[in-house]
Design a protein around this ligand. Sequence first.
Ligand code: C2E
Ligand code: MG
Ligand code: MG
Ligand code: MG
Length: 263
Amino acid sequence: RAKGEGKDRLAFFEPQLQEALRQEMNLLEALRQDLERGEGLWLAYQPIVDLSTGKRVALEALVRWRLAPPSVFIPLAERHRLMPELGEWVLRQACRELDRHGLKVHVNVSPQELLDPTYAFRVAEVLEEASCPPGRLVLEITETTLIPDERGRDATRALEALKALGVSIFLDDFGSGYSSLERLAELPVDGVKLGQAFTQRLGIPPDPQSPPARVVGAVLALAQALGLQAIAEGIEDETILVYLKNLGFPLGQGYLLGRPDRL
Ligand code: C2E
Ligand code: MG
Ligand code: MG
Ligand code: MG
């Protein structure tokens, strides 16, 4: 009896699974073609603002695709090892558009790219081709790429090679992944971005005694103690902006300060 039920369930799910797989392959194929032709992909830019002056100091490049949001097509590209190509397209495009805004540009790097032993070499090539001064480029690495196992050590070597090129490195969504305090002190990074989950947990208005507010304060203190830059992400509200600014965050990013937009 149990066997029969199992069979029924399989018979029921199989067409759904096949359909999901078919859709995944169609989407993947479309992404491959657009990447090859350089069509249907573009960069949106979101300002990173000096909180003491209100001035834009940098832009974060965020990739957009005609057929799906980044939350869908970036994991898709990761699953099918297309991220190296997509990431290279983003980097090249960001370098090409550098002259149009005159600011530093932040580019997101996926774990797959960073763990490719030739990654720093490829970055060097793109920078050279596009005559991009390395000092204008900031690479954002997610913390989870740096977990202290074999992969973590590879990632550290990759970061060192990138630093040698003259580019800066920020840890993205800092605090949401895993990195020991000691490792953070050792890593060749220039700054951290406080993940927007933290900013959003502050509440409106923020209560400085609440656990989320204490965590945010501690993250800032840690960054300052290590001589790192700190960007607060996900600032959507004026009271949050004022709170983070008074707390001492040098830099901020979020819908209140500017939404991602085409140049
Ligand atoms: P991220 O690097 O942490 O980028 C910030 C994300 O937060 C962006 O979403 C941005 O639109 C959103 N955001 C900015 N300000 C606010 C705010 O005030 N409130 C809220 N609720 N959200 C805000 P987006 O563009 O959808 O990108 C999502 C993620 O996709 C990025 O997170 C990044 O991890 C990834 N991603 C985007 N472009 C690239 C890329 O070129 N390469 C790689 N590897 N990943 C990328
Ligand atoms: Mg989005
Ligand atoms: Mg980012
Ligand atoms: Mg982030």
